[in-house]
Design a protein around this ligand. Structure first.
Ligand SMILES: [Zn+2]
Length: 143
């Protein structure tokens, strides 16, 4: 049973998207300031990766905790109404993420997931420095 109207649902979705867009921009700005060059929202790759670093053969996904079902995460709390709808939605997102990730790994890409909760102000600096290490430790990168 769906007790949500279509407009209520699309309101939630657009909020989710807008928030995620802000996170993506902050990660891109940081990488750019560190001299990394990347492609963004790459349509022709599985999962339409948020950030692709061809030189490092590395892909970064910025995942909203709710939308992508971050396990044991406070920020991943489901809306209080229409729980079944959202549970199924998130579950299918998680499965799709896994499939896409596997496809990319099979093609030789390294995958880094940055979670929304890792970008909260108190965690952000730490996450960003770890991100640099993760990118540079890519075994495919030779320089
Ligand atoms: Zn989280």
């Amino acid at each position: 049973m769906d007790i949500f109207s279509k407009s209520e649902r699309s309101e939630i979705m657009s909020k989710v998207l807008a928030k995620n867009n802000k996170l993506e921009i902050s990660v891109r700005k940081y990488l750019f300031s560190k001299g990394f060059r990347y492609r963004k929202n790459v349509e022709d790759m599985p999962g339409k990766p948020d950030i692709v670093l061809p030189k490092y053969k590395t892909i970064i996904f910025i995942h909203g905790c709710f939308w992508h079902g971050h396990e044991n995460c406070d920020a991943a709390t489901l809306p209080t109404s229409n729980i079944e709808y959202w549970t199924n939605k998130v579950k299918s997102n998680v499965n799709r993420d896994l499939r896409n990730k596997q496809l990319l790994i099979n093609s030789g890409w390294k995958i880094i997931i940055v979670w929304e909760c890792e970008l909260k102000s108190k965690n952000k600096e730490q996450r960003f420095s770890r991100l640099l290490l993760e990118i540079r430790n890519s075994s495919n990168h030779k320089s």
